[in-house]
Design a protein around this ligand. Structure first.
Ligand SMILES: Cc1ncc(C[n+]2csc(CCOP(=O)(O)OP(=O)(O)O)c2C)c(N)n1
Ligand SMILES: [Mg+2]
Length: 268
């Protein structure tokens, strides 16, 4: 897909997210909508994937460390043919392959079960070291939330990634400024997050997290001997006017009226 096609795909993914959440009556719209361009750029514009053989040994690996944004990953995996899109209706239902947070035992294309904040990046660093040890050229990608960075485990994983020179690991920070119950600054300020990640040994980039070309440019910039951190400035709830930058849309589903309004704003 070229960038224009990916931009259009983002709208399709946003529509799927809204429909999944409205059908389920629960879930996390804000943080799902803020990562759409990052994940579309990775899945459609960068990673080696194989929807017909999700365990293809030559695939790259993606882990959603901020696992509550699962609807975005499910929308992409469904649109790419990892499973039947009819499954979208079963999001958050008992025994569904589409659990509220990604479940690697249930959902094809999900590399690890995530949702307990901090764990995804830790698993990603282990996978990146594993690939290097096996002398494979596997690239590992993960996305952190900014609230998630308040988890100590994020920093242990970062220290590990630098120590083992994991230049096959790319970490995105979805920097939307909001978390579950307020702004980052109201809850626990991240301070100079760029300097912090740089001091932990990352090569740090900053991009507009809704600019697919900028995301791909950062992803494609070669880095040697260091893990890569891409700080993506994003808008929580991006694409749906009444959800944008609203902390109360962290974990609430649209009702039927709100679904209709959102879909009207997301015409393909
Ligand atoms: C270890 C852990 N503690 C608490 C939660 C509950 N929780 C889910 S999302 C969230 C806020 C995360 O904020 P952020 O990382 O900024 O996510 P985003 O803004 O991208 O939605 C919290 C506290 C969790 N999933 N895991
Ligand atoms: Mg956030």
């Amino acid at each position: 897909m070229n960038v224009k096609e990916m931009e259009k795909q983002c709208t399709i993914i946003r529509r799927d997210i809204i429909n999944m959440l409205a059908d389920a009556g629960s879930g996390h719209p804000g943080g799902s909508l803020s990562v759409v361009e990052i994940m579309v750029a990775l899945y459609y514009g960068k990673m080696r994937t194989n929807s017909q053989n999700p365990k293809d040994p030559n695939r790259d690996l993606f882990l959603l460390s901020k696992g509550h944004a699962a609807p975005c990953q499910y929308a992409i995996l469904g649109e790419m043919g990892y499973f039947d899109k009819a499954e979208f209706k079963n999001f958050r239902q008992l025994h569904s392959i589409l659990q509220g947070h990604p479940d690697t035992k249930k959902c094809p294309g999900v590399e690890a079960s995530t949702g307990s904040l901090g764990q995804g990046i830790s698993i990603a660093t282990g996978m990146a070291l594993g690939a290097k040890t096996a002398k494979k050229d596997t690239q590992v990608y993960t996305i952190l939330g900014d609230g998630e960075c308040q988890e100590g485990q994020v920093w242990e994983a970062s220290m590990f990634a630098a120590n083992y020179k994991l230049d096959n690991l790319t970490v995105f920070l979805d920097h939307n400024g909001l978390q579950i119950d307020g702004t980052n600054d109201e809850v626990m300020s991240l301070g100079d997050i760029h300097a912090k990640f740089a001091s932990f040994g990352y090569e740090v980039f900053e991009v507009d997290g809704h600019d697919i070309q900028a995301i791909l440019d950062a992803v494609n910039t070669p880095v040697s001997g260091k893990p890569k951190m891409i700080i993506a400035k994003t808008v929580k709830g991006k694409g749906v006017s009444f959800m944008e930058n609203q902390v109360n849309w962290h974990g609430a589903a649209p009702n039927e009226e709100q679904r209709a309004q959102a879909l009207k704003e997301l015409e393909v």
